[in-house]
Write a protein that binds this ligand. Structure first.
Ligand SMILES: [Zn+2]
Length: 198
């Protein structure tokens, strides 16, 4: 199996796992991986459920987020420009998960980020900055992400987008997925604790 075939297989696997973990539903969420050390990236397709991600429907994009390869009739995710911008600003980032986990979003609607309520979160999750509300795929979201990425400390791996979702970055697809999953588990526990102590 070539490197690109392996990356497509891994991106499909973790996209389906994320869907099954309800980190995104409907056609929400989009995940990507860098091709080697290049400025070309594999990303999930627009309009498809993450649960239907397969190696055959993954699209290759360039540093501007434009499609450069992939099946005819499929477009790259509408967040392609945002993914590409993060990779260009951070050569160390090899994979990005952008999902819509419900407890993370619920906390953002309350105007809060995700507190490190468990020891795992304290050790592994790091601070999670809360970005202001903007529409998916918009110039405003792209601008806000571009502005914050260069300011982040190395211990920050996840951003919370108000009323929208999260972005987790990693040095591999597995790492980006694990960070997104831990963010949602932590948000869920924080939410339960909040309810229980009302
Ligand atoms: Zn989104």
């Amino acid at each position: 199996m070539t490197e690109i075939e392996q990356l497509k297989k891994d991106l499909s696997h973790y996209s389906v796992v994320a869907y099954n973990r309800i980190l995104a539903s409907s056609a929400g969420g989009n995940n990507s991986v860098r091709l080697g050390d290049s400025e070309e990236f594999l990303i999930t397709a627009s309009g498809l459920s993450l649960g239907d991600t397969k190696p055959e429907n993954i699209i290759t994009i360039n540093a501007e987020g434009e499609k450069i390869n992939g099946p005819e009739g499929l477009k790259p995710s509408k967040e392609s420009r945002m993914h590409a911008a993060i990779y260009v600003l951070r050569p160390d980032v090899k994979a990005i998960f952008h999902v819509h986990p419900r407890y993370c979003i619920a906390l953002s609607i309350l105007g809060e980020s995700i507190p490190p309520v468990t020891v795992s979160a304290q050790v592994k999750l790091g601070e999670i900055p809360l970005l202001p509300e903007s529409m998916p795929g918009s110039d405003e979201l792209l601008r806000d992400v571009r502005n914050i990425i260069p300011t982040l400390d190395d211990s920050v791996h996840t951003l919370l987008l108000a009323r929208h979702g999260i972005i987790s970055i990693g040095s591999s697809i597995t790492e980006a997925y694990i960070r997104a999953d831990l963010a949602e588990e932590t948000a869920h526990i924080a939410y339960l604790t909040k309810i229980a102590t009302r």
